[in-house]
Design a protein around this ligand. Sequence first.
Ligand code: ZN
Length: 306
Amino acid sequence: MSKYSIGIDLGGTNLRVAAIDGAGKMMRKISVGTHLSAGRDAVVGDMVTSIRALRQEFGADGLAGVGVGSPGFINMETGVVTGAPNLPGFDNFALRGAIERELGGAVILENDANAAALGEKWMGAGRDCDDLVLFTLGTGVGGGINSGGKILHGFMGMAGELGHMTVAPNGNPCGCGNQGCLEKHASATSVTAMARMLGLGAELTSEDVYRLAIGGNEKAQAVFGAMGQALGIALATMINALNLPLYLLSGGVLGAWDQFAPTMLEECRRRSFTFRNSKTRIEKATLGSEAGLYGAAHLPHVLAGN
Ligand code: ZN
């Protein structure tokens, strides 16, 4: 029987657990809400129940391993999660150990954006490419770097926090303690915040701002110009530092690509000699919100070296 693995994508709203075979075929996906109000033990319990159900359905013998993607900074040594504001109760929580105790077996814990980058490399836009960077543009901005087909971790597992790169020295304050972080200028949240600051409306979604921009509203266009500039600075910095061949962007706000990409690419060209003089690609990711699930399921294969 061919091996399969189980991937878990833990989000602030949704908890998704999937069995995926070694070729990347989704065998079964379980989607449940993340019941944060019931407490973190209940959330861990839901994860373990889903893992057991899939293990029972597809057999313990063929299971290559279990990978878990979680928001926040993950200390790879201790398996402790910190700085995940969408997971109240999980701050400084030894998540990996808690799952392993309940399950009675080992799991691999990884930052969700790192997992998404690995998912895109395995089954998405980076399939032909072992070296890539992924920016996830959502409520915040996450990031993951793959080098040689593996996640670049740094010495504690905290590499790839691309949302906290400084793109404006005196920019908006960020929850991380810095100011002018990329996620304050290029997330879906920042699009609506900038629109609010420009007086476009208090209740707008990023889609509303996009519709205003394509309708010719100059303030809305300026919001996406600012977003493009911030992304261009961040991309040029990464390209200059790493010289990888592929940089991917994901998130719902990519629907506004035609509004922010021209400024982004112009800014990147201006700031990166390497970009101007190489075939470096900047593209949309293709797996959408499934990337983290695929990446989590791929973690056991990477650990096993295949
Ligand atoms: Zn920050």
